[in-house]
Design a protein around this ligand. Structure first.
Ligand code: HEC
Length: 141
């Protein structure tokens, strides 16, 4: 535990020096998201869903992207739009079991700004609808 804490402190020191930009999304994930989503994004069955199957798939269509940007953990994060975009793009590449489809767009600060960081009122219902949409797109019988 001490090791992890001092590693995080070392990261922050580097960040403050402006020399560890490439590490920043991973550090922000650890500080702001990992407590619920776990280190590998697998979450907690029944409490926090795994991002490993959903994030890439939701990111392939507009309503899915809007959902990703408006779940409470994202919309209400203290990170800036720029930091959030970098974090989500890092998550797309590092916390997914789903191969990245060709042409998948990265998130941008501008796209995040357009949501006005407004949390969705009916997160669970929207998520269930989007999961059905994703399943239908994968198995169009
Ligand atoms: C307090 C626990 C908690 C924290 C902290 C948290 N999340 Fe979440 N996250 C959830 C839950 C629960 C859901 C499922 C939707 C819901 O019920 O709100 C979710 C859903 C998501 C989703 C949509 C994927 C899906 O399958 O629903 C993304 C993307 C996401 N979170 C990203 C983040 C990021 C990025 C952070 C850190 C900046 C973060 N979350 C912090 C609990 C959390």
């Amino acid at each position: 535990m001490v090791g992890r804490r001092s590693a995080a402190a070392a990261c922050w020191a580097l960040l403050a020096a402006g020399s560890a930009w490439a590490y920043e999304p991973a550090v922000n994930y650890q500080l702001q998201c990992m407590g619920c989503h776990h280190a590998d994004g697998a979450g907690d069955e029944g409490r926090v869903p795994s991002l490993r199957q959903t994030l890439v798939r939701f990111s392939t269509f507009e309503e899915g992207r809007d959902f990703v940007l408006r779940v409470p953990g994202v919309a209400q994060s203290t990170l800036s739009d720029e930091q959030l975009a970098a974090l989500l793009n890092w998550m797309l590449r590092n916390l997914s079991d789903v191969p990245r489809p060709a042409g998948l767009r990265d998130y941008t600060a501008e796209e995040i700004g357009r949501t006005h960081r407004q949390p969705l009122p009916a997160v669970r219902e929207t998520r269930a609808r989007l999961l059905a949409h994703v399943a239908a797109a994968q198995d169009p019988q």
